[in-house]
Design a protein around this ligand. Structure first.
Ligand code: UD1
Length: 420
């Protein structure tokens, strides 16, 4: 296993290019199961998660090729409807093969993903939506078995206790595109990644309206065709570089970043004292002066993303004053708090809130990554801490950040990989 070692204290300066969105590409790769024709997906980041999805597609009978950011998926003669526990358990997003498998093959057997470190993460909304379309669903030996001679469009309310669900919206949308009649998904997730999936499906011949809003309307069609599609930029990776600029008092031009996907984050960073210039598909981020403490509450899109909660906490940890960070999507997503405190941060968790008493500087320490975004927050903290930080278990980071250390090195960071 590798660890990342960081010598803190360098102001990051220069340009960085953001990769294609991980959260967009995973359901989009699953959507290729809806056709036997060839699909070409461009701008695909080379990540542990995208490689896991390629393995799943192969296990389901697809041919796949991944070359220089382009994934090509074509059919073999052996379509399979079982997504195995070994693959699904390593990545929750694999569960979104359920909808397309059922839509195309009329049956699907997909392992239940289980819990994960950021919380329970149930799949009840996925199942509710797919069952509403007329599927017969049973749980057998840890697998969801879904069958439907014919799926029928339905009016489905998909809101849950924590609001809308990104992957449940995608899963139900993918099952509904080949259903008979009209489906209306109410309380749909509005994330840009859902809109990107809908755009892909429409290019394949689906008839979807309202994507990016809480009400999505889908008129079922008989079949879908192959497609060529380019993935939207990863707004969470872009956001992580924005924080990197501010935490190191640097100046970074972030290319392949869309300001229109970053409303809540840009608003909060502006409140904290960031100077942000918006260009054509790029953002330049630096500090106006001293960064100020801010309160942040995570919410479904267009609210502040939970996937940026850990990173903004690192920034607040080195911003003198008190800030309160409230997590409304995953109330237990605070594994990074204890690790940041090991670096000298003063953060206290109170239920779904973290009270951060910002201090002048952190001190480098060996820390352990617990999940993808928590790992990013520890790297950010390491960039500004005095001395040396080593972040172990970086396979979490490799799930979602393409070439993170070379991108940071390109901005001047002293960061390298070592064997544990
Ligand atoms: C996606 C993102 C993840 C992000 C999350 C929230 C992908 C691959 N992952 O995950 O990075 O952190 O959105 O923005 O796109 N819930 C239920 N029942 C369900 C499904 C979800 O109660 O059936 C709850 C979850 O536990 C959570 C909330 O709804 O509290 C939102 O989760 P959801 O949007 O489904 O997250 P994912 O789509 O799994």
């Amino acid at each position: 296993m590798d660890k990342l070692v960081i010598e803190g204290g360098v102001r990051l300066k220069g340009e960085v290019v953001v990769s294609g969105s991980k959260n967009s590409v995973l359901p989009i790769m699953a959507a290729t199961l809806l056709t036997d024709q060839t699909c070409v997906i461009k701008g695909v980041p080379n990540l542990r998660d995208t490689n896991t999805m390629l393995k799943i597609l192969r296990s389901l009978g697809k041919n796949t090729e991944f070359y220089k950011g382009t994934v090509t998926v074509s059919a073999t003669k052996h379509a399979n409807f079982t997504a195995d526990y070994k693959l699904v358990s390593t990545m929750r997003a694999s569960f979104c093969v359920l909808g397309p498998l059922l839509g195309k093959l009329k049956k699907a057997k997909v392992s239940l993903p289980g819990g994960c470190v950021i919380g329970l993460r149930p799949v009840d909304l996925h199942l509710k939506g797919i069952e509403s379309l007329g599927a017969d669903i049973s749980i057998e030996s840890g697998y969801v078995v879904a069958k439907a001679a014919r799926l029928r469009g339905k009016h489905i309310y998909l809101g849950g206790v924590y609001g809308s669900s990104v992957l449940a919206t995608g899963n139900v949308m993918m099952a509904a595109v080949l259903a008979q009649g009209k489906t209306i998904i109410e309380a749909a997730a509005c994330e840009p990644e859902v809109a990107d999936l809908a755009e892909l499906l429409n290019k394949m011949g689906a008839r979807i309206k309202g994507e990016g809003t809480p009400t999505i309307e889908i008129d079922g069609v008989k079949e879908l065709r192959g497609v060529t599609h380019t993935i939207i930029p990863d707004r969470i990776e872009a956001g992580t570089f924005m924080i990197a600029a501010l935490i190191t008092k640097g100046d970074i031009l972030i290319k392949n970043a869309l300001a229109q996907h970053q409303g809540a984050l840009l608003d909060k960073l502006d409140e904290a004292g960031a100077l942000i210039s918006k260009g054509d598909n790029c953002l330049r981020v630096r500090a106006r002066g001293r960064i100020k403490p801010i309160n942040v509450t995570t919410l479904p899109y267009p609210g502040f993303p939970t996937d940026m909660q850990a990173q903004i906490m690192s920034l607040m940890a080195v911003t003198p004053g008190i800030s309160v960070i409230t997590e409304k999507i995953y109330p237990d997503r605070f594994m990074h708090v204890a690790e940041l405190n090991r670096m000298g941060a003063h953060i206290q968790r109170e239920g779904p809130h973290a009270i951060v008493e910002g201090i002048k500087s952190l001190s480098g320490a060996p820390v352990m990554a617990s999940d993808l975004r928590a790992s990013a927050s520890l790297v950010l903290a390491g960039l500004v801490a005095k001395g040396r930080t080593s972040v172990s278990r970086i396979y979490h980071l490799e799930r979602g950040y393409e070439n993170i250390e070379s991108k940071l090195q390109g901005l001047g960071a002293k960061i390298w990989r070592e064997k544990e």
